[in-house]
Design a binder for this molecule. Sequence first.
Ligand code: GLV
Length: 307
Amino acid sequence: MAILLLLNQVDPTILETHLKSLPSCPEVRTYPDVGNSEDIECVVVWKHDKGVLNDFPNLKLIASHGAGVENILSDPSLPEGVPITRFVDHTLSDQMAEYVLAGILNHRLHLTYYREQQAAAHWRCRDIVKGRNVTILGMGELGSTTARLLIQNGYTVSGWSRSEKDIHNVKSYYGDDQLIPSVADADYVICLLPLTPATNGILNIKLFNAMKKGAYLINVGRGDHLNENDLMDALAGEQLSGALLDVFSTEPLPKDHPFWRHPKIHITPHISSPTDKAQLARQIMENYHRMKDGKPLKNEVDPERSY
Ligand code: GLV
């Protein structure tokens, strides 16, 4: 029996090494060197090609390489009844929280502006951006860890999620009706939602117009949360003062995309919370053995909720 690594845009070698270092790890194979497809009981996937998961008649576990599973769930030929797990880990959420704090501080302190001034040897000062109200859309593991770090740093945090949350010092907004009110006082709006049919395109002009004029957007969810044309319009009309984007509908972001050269858009290449391969290997092995022993899996995805 074997585990197959089916990873696009990710180097499989580090994960393979970590898996093999764990006791009682079965054989690990790397796509496309599948060998006998009947041996494959578990696949670890990232941006897999649709349809390929049907090639393994004895598949019993699909493990996502990351926290997001929209690419798995959107596969129209997903094998029925095979459980899916996602990567949930403090290494992801700690780094995400730091990324968001850094993005806010960079904006408040104009650090990018000063770097540009340095290139021209200009000595020009700007006042710090004052607002400290943050709304986080998505209050799961990543959102709540980010909220805690921001609160420790003196920010006032609200959170919006599907259902009500009870998180110390975080005002909870929930459900469709409370989305617009949740952003009304925000100086910073952070998208940390899972991508589902309900959240696709949620960052749109209606939401931007409900924010304070000059609010700043950070999207660390998925590219498809954002309506790109609406963002361009909101920036042109100065409804938003800027945006930090780590995720894009097409990744890598095409070279001719207008976001690259937009003066108010700050781009990073989907690095806000990289998967810690050692931790992922441990979680995969734990779930592999749980699956073999017929025990409940950890971090199993609920296809009804889409995460
Ligand atoms: C990264 O984007 C992840 O889903 O873990």
